[in-house]
Design a protein around this ligand. Structure first.
Ligand code: UT7
Length: 335
């Protein structure tokens, strides 16, 4: 499915970005101390050196609130009119995470809901938020990706436990025009339930993943979706400033970049420091790259993701000039 983000000139425009990571770091050395694995195996197969892991005192809601607060501090003060939280790991089956997140941000009374689309959740959430803005249902939407994926694998399963970390990222979207920096452009979303069993978890600690098949599907779906979104924008892939792939693992994202012909310097990556953080992965990487200046105003940016479901997607956007909207003395990117 492909869709433009807005109608009749209305577009969703990024006007703030934030992120939150738990302070506790689990290094590869911590894993090799208790499992039959090596730092070399984990790094060469996944590119991961460490991951941040939340303790019992830090919930998905807590991480989402911290990332969202940072995105709001990053933006001019505007009333938030809707909140979407993409997550596969809500604190409870019921109720959803988003109403609690909204209320803790002082946003009681507005629409707030969760969305589950595995590691593609953040892109699905951008699409639904863009729909709210295009329809005039809201003029600003806070989109949060928050996950505690480190809780999903069996702690004794050496094949999966090294892959995942916890975190949250958020962007604030406002209604704007398609030709301004920060506007979301073409979106491509898809799913295929015939692959539902390839990544599944009946409950925390019971993750099952068919790694080789997941790897193959992830490379194929992310490259194809990203190619479709760029082509629909009229972009040559050589003109893309930054590919921002879901940080599934470093080998997957390198294959995707290679398949698209996007060189290393134009392919953002932080999986080595945070692991696979699910729906938080793309906004965490956007916040990192915005903070250190790799993402500059007007940069052509191509987001792509793949996850359990199976689900996949891509979103093309130009990067905004956040210095125009940042509050003096805002929270910035300290975390
Ligand atoms: O959003 C999507 C999330 N999922 C992913 O990103 C995962 C995608 N899949 C992968 O990245 C890879 O399939 C893995 C990293 C999970 C595994 O790499 P692989 O090269 O596909 O390894 P494998 O499962 O085929 O296993 C190869 C060998 C096996 O030993 P034998 O049977 O060849 O003797 C495993 O037992 O590696 C062994 N192995 C390990 N050895 C040391 C598996 N895990 C480990 C480990 N340390 N942690």
């Amino acid at each position: 499915m492909t869709a433009a983000s807005g109608v009749a000139g209305r577009a969703a425009v990024v006007c703030g970005v934030g992120a939150a990571l738990p302070p506790h770091i689990v290094s590869n050395a911590d894993l090799t101390a208790r499992l039959d694995t090596t730092d070399e195996w984990i790094r060469s197969r996944t590119g991961i050196a460490q991951r941040h892991v939340a303790g019992a005192d830090l919930s998905t809601t807590d991480l989402a609130v911290r990332a969202a607060a940072e995105a709001l501090a990053d933006s001019e003060p505007v009333p938030v009119e809707a909140v979407v939280v993409a997550t596969t790991t809500p604190d409870r089956c019921c109720p959803a995470t988003a109403p609690a997140v909204a209320t803790r941000l002082g946003l009681t009374g507005i629409p707030a809901y969760d969305l589950a689309a595995g590691c593609t959740g953040f892109l699905y959430a951008l699409a639904t938020a863009a729909g709210f803005l295009a329809a005039g249902t809201a003029r600003t939407v806070l989109v949060i990706g928050a996950d505690r994926l480190a809780s999903l694998p069996d702690p004794e399963d050496r094949t999966t436990v090294a892959l995942f970390g916890d975190g949250a990222g958020a962007v604030l979207l406002r209604c704007g025009s398609a030709d301004e920096a920060g506007a979301l452009g073409q979106m491509v979303l898809g799913s295929d339930g015939t692959g539902a069993d390839l990544i599944r978890a009946a409950h925390p600690g019971a993750l099952h993943m068919d790694g080789v098949d997941v790897f193959r599907h992830a490379v194929d779906r992310m490259s194809t979706a990203a190619h479709q979104a760029a082509t629909a924008m009229g972009w040559e892939l050589a003109d893309v400033d930054h590919l921002v792939p879901h940080q599934a693992n470093g080998r997957i994202t390198s294959f995707v970049a290679r398949q698209l012909g996007i060189p290393d310097g134009h392919h953002l990556c932080n999986v080595g420091e945070v692991g696979n953080t699910g729906a938080a992965s793309i906004p965490l990487l956007l916040a990192d790259a915005a903070a250190d200046g790799r993402l500059k105003p007007g940069h052509r940016t191509l987001l792509t993701a793949f996850g359990a479901g199976l689900t996949w997607g891509a979103v093309a956007l130009t990067w905004p000039d956040l210095s125009l909207t940042r509050l003096p003395g805002g929270a910035g990117h300290d975390r």
